[in-house]
Design a protein around this ligand. Structure first.
Ligand code: CUA
Length: 312
């Protein structure tokens, strides 16, 4: 397996990559050779049997059984090989081993969020151990997204209202890029995340550390703002296209969709996270997703409040 990638393909970093790439190159070369034979024969016949002065009259054409059987059976065998190879790989990619480590993935405009079995929730970064099968159980909070890791050769749609799954086993450590490959609105192209593949020891150590250790409330708030979807909609410079800007927001009187007013205080910020549909500011759509206690813990909501206060 290639670790640097080729002109056509990125580096191969999962157990599937060998089969996926092998099948890709097999189909690719079958196409190249078939194209060369067909186009070459077309030109050769056109030239060889061109009309010439004094040439023999065209004879009545009949058929060649040998030729016809050959050009049916040989492509037939090649097609069956493509199907069998593709089907076996497809089945392997769809059935996760029973000892897979499960991680839950939530897609939303415009971020990825990862939750481990121990309840740990990390936006934007999926840490996994190398050489261990990992099964992702995925769901969307809003529209259809698609989770794509080119280096693993895996991609699966992420759909609201149902769970889809995907599995892989990474074969090399390091950071792999995650893309969203289903157009999902303004910041579709910025809906990125990283898969960080670590040795088992590094991964265990990572799972044991508190990501907010030693951070002030303000630093927690800034980290949450940058790593969740907040920054996709809430600007820091006063511009407010899809949602209110954080600039000068603290203490402001906001008019809600039902005409009532509310002061932006700690209560309002907490309810905007836990129950965003209850107090939608006039002029904006109800697009803010819910953030549960598990995703943004109460002490980190305090961090977010400090952060919003700091954006003047
Ligand atoms: Cu999410 Cu495109």
């Amino acid at each position: 397996m290639s670790e640097t990638g080729t002109f056509w393909l990125p580096p191969a970093s999962s157990t599937f990559a060998g089969d996926v790439d092998g099948l890709f190159y097999f189909i690719y070369w079958v196409c190249v050779v078939s194209f060369a034979i067909l186009v070459g024969a077309t030109f050769w016949f056109a030239w060889h049997y061109r009309k010439r002065e004094g040439g023999p009259p065209v004879q009545q054409l009949t058929h060649s059984t040998v030729l016809e059987v050959a050009w049916s059976v040989i492509p037939g065998i090649i097609m069956i090989a493509m199907f069998v190879w593709g089907f076996k790989t497809f089945v392997a990619m769809n059935i996760a081993p029973s000892d897979s480590m499960v991680v839950y993935v939530t897609g939303q405009k415009w971020s990825w969020d990862f939750t481990y079995a121990n309840g740990r929730n990390v936006p934007g970064e999926l840490h996994v151990p190398v050489n261990k099968p990992v099964k992702l159980i995925m769901n969307s909070k809003d529209v259809i997204h698609s989770f794509f890791v080119p280096e693993f050769r895996v991609k699966m749609d992420v759909i609201p209202g149902r769970y889809t799954t995907l599995w892989f086993e990474a074969t090399t450590t390091g950071e792999k890029q995650v893309f969203c490959t289903e157009y999902c609105g303004k910041d579709h192209s910025a809906m990125l995340a990283k898969v960080v593949v670590q040795t088992q020891e590094e991964f265990d150590a990572y799972m044991d550390t508190d990501p907010f250790a030693g951070m002030s409330l303000l630093e927690r708030g800034e980290k949450i703002y940058n790593e969740n979807a907040c920054k996709g909609c809430h600007s820091l410079d006063g511009s407010a296209i899809v949602a209110p800007s954080f600039k000068g927001l603290w203490g402001k009187e906001e008019t809600l969709a039902d005409g009532s007013t509310v002061k932006v205080d700690a209560d309002y910020i907490l309810s905007s996270l836990r129950d965003p549909g209850s107090q939608v500011v006039e002029g904006f759509g109800p697009i803010m997703p819910v953030y549960t206690e598990q995703q943004v813990a109460d002490e980190n909501v305090l961090g977010l409040i400090e952060y919003i206060k700091s954006v003047k």
